[in-house]
Ligand binder design. Structure first.
Ligand code: OVM
Length: 405
């Protein structure tokens, strides 16, 4: 029998569980397998279709009409399952509802609006690196001392939340990113404190809790102008607190890991400090701190000859797309001479990370401060991963540095 292009074919099927510990710890073999199996692969465990090639992931990300976010961007289908918290007005919404919150946050987090933070963030980064070198000497855990410490030092102040309870930020984000996956052990492990963490985060979103000149206050001011409703404002603040901490912590860790394992690229950055922005984007491509997101088909749709049914969930492997050899030459190399633009580590299309300029400014501040003070860094022990259903995250990054002369 011959097949014709017009008849949707059955895609390859995989019974792999991308959310199993072995794949979360070391996703590359599964990514390669899925990319090579075909443009669309059916994941029998979860009854979803998976995309792991750049072309298909990119195409799905930019086609919000066909691949909606409003039914959730995790495995749970909000058409049938109650979300664990009221859906995000940005991440888990489609136009037209998505547009007003997006515009408000886009303006508040735009490069021009962040200029006022630049100097103080650079100073904070310099102080942090000086303190770490003075107090801990040449060997320390770069995850704890830098990747975790720096965002926690600058971001909550920039949002304008009070000092108490900030230790809840990372656990809350960790929980939110786990919640995009299946209800596995990682989700169950957090179940006992979902309630308390949510109560704390929601309390920080109230106008009275926020300082007068932070991102939070600016969101409330947008509501006063009528750009949002006052009912929407706290949920938009919640988006900052959910998506703005763990992502940057593990994004900075990705960059530090990259340089600790690629000394020639560290030399290149030190020789040409203006490469710092490309370096961070290349680290985001190379590690893809956000590994996956789902979409939901709004109609029966054919992708490369496979029929996806209306209402079906589609799992997009951002990290696999960012290593697709059809799109990237020598994709597994961390390489400051490549142009990483077009990577899907921040997504693509109308939902592309609205906070990316905040992340870039954090990275620029920290890496520049480090490049001025350290002429070599290397691992002194095995880095440890922390497992999360969505984030490629870290527990420890033991390094030794050589202070610059
Ligand atoms: C949100 C949000 C946005 C992006 C990622 C994310 C937990 C959350 O709007 O709450 O991950």
């Amino acid at each position: 029998m011959t097949e014709t292009a017009a008849v949707p074919a059955s895609p390859p099927i995989s019974d792999a569980d991308p959310f199993a510990p072995e794949h979360l710890a070391h996703p590359e073999p599964l990514h390669q397998h899925l990319r090579e199996a075909g443009p669309v692969v059916r994941l029998s465990r979860y009854d979803v279709h998976a995309l792991a090639r750049y072309q298909e992931v990119h195409a799905a990300l930019v086609d919000w009409q066909t691949f909606q976010s409003g039914a959730g961007v995790g495995l749970a289908n909000f058409r049938h399952e109650k979300p664990w918290r009221p859906p995000s007005l940005l991440l888990e919404a489609d136009p037209p509802h998505h547009d007003a919150p997006r515009r408000v946050l886009r303006d508040i987090l735009a490069p021009l609006a962040l200029r006022r933070l630049r100097e103080s963030w650079q100073t904070a980064a310099e102080e942090l690196v000086d303190t770490v070198l003075a107090d801990q000497g040449p060997e320390f855990d770069a995850f704890d001392a830098l990747a975790k410490a720096f965002p926690l030092r600058v971001f909550p102040d920039a949002v304008g939340i009070p000092p108490d309870g900030r230790e809840n930020l990372l656990p809350y984000g960790n929980m939110a990113f786990n919640a995009f996956g299946p209800r596995n052990d990682l989700v169950e492990a957090d179940a006992h404190w979902v309630g308390n963490l949510s109560v704390w985060v929601n309390a920080q979103c109230a106008r009275e809790a926020l300082s007068e000149d932070g991102f939070g206050a600016r969101i409330w001011a947008a509501a006063d102008r009528g750009d949002l409703t006052h009912g929407q404002a706290p949920l938009v603040v919640r988006s900052l607190l959910t998506a703005g901490v763990d992502t940057t912590v593990h994004g900075l860790a990705a960059a530090l890991y990259a340089f600790a394992t690629h000394p020639e690229e560290w030399q290149r950055l030190r020789a040409r400090p203006e490469l710092v922005r490309v370096a961070f984007d290349e680290a985001v491509r190379w590690q893809s701190p956000v590994q996956t997101f789902f979409r939901t088909a709004t109609r029966d749709v054919d992708i490369a000859g496979t029929r996806i049914p209306e209402g079906g969930k589609i799992l997009m492997f951002l990290g696999a797309a960012n290593h697709d050899p059809e799109r990237w030459s020598d994709p597994d190399r961390f390489d400051l001479t490549r142009d990483p633009s077009g990577h899907v580590g921040f997504g693509m299309g109308i939902h592309q990370c609205v906070g990316q300029h905040v992340a870039r400014l954090e990275a620029e501040s920290l890496l520049t401060a480090l490049a001025h003070r350290v002429d070599h860094l290397e691992l002194v022990g095995p880095p440890r991963r922390h497992l999360n259903n969505t984030l490629r995250s870290w527990a420890a990054l033991p390094v030794r540095v050589r202070p610059a002369g």
